[in-house]
Write a protein that binds this ligand. Sequence first.
Ligand code: RP5
Length: 156
Amino acid sequence: MVTVIMGSKSDWDVMKHCCDTLTQFGVPHEKRVLSAHRTPHATAEFISGAESRGVKVIIAAAGGAAHLAGVAAAHTILPVLGVPMESASLKGMDSLLSTVQMPGGIPVGTLAIGKPGATNAALLAVAILATNDAALRDKLRAFREEQSKKVLAETL
Ligand code: RP5
């Protein structure tokens, strides 16, 4: 299973692409709004219990100060993938730097800002799960092949 958390409901317009991609691959997932700053105790409790719920990968999205992925990583040994949200003030550069600049010892795998990052976080979670799941690996291989065919079929 995969956990998808986001700092605000305002992030859902982007993170639904992450959840849709997980659904496309048949990967079960849970999703919640949790804020590193506004719900710190609930965030810590939810992430601390993830491993016992059978979660294998955590995806955390946030904008602005964007500490959610780092705080999640601090409360688990599960792989954490961070998706920076585009922000009105700094177009997501604030979110990107807040997510990626983790201290050595607590990693967060940081994806691109916004929708591409949301989709790629799901695909990377699929790839992680697929290391132990041949059927999922076949689905991912088929996805890549179909993607390549679409690009090669494009005419100008
Ligand atoms: C972050 O602050 C959220 O992830 C969101 O991207 C940003 C703005 O939050 P709201 O003002 O929409 O609650 O915590």
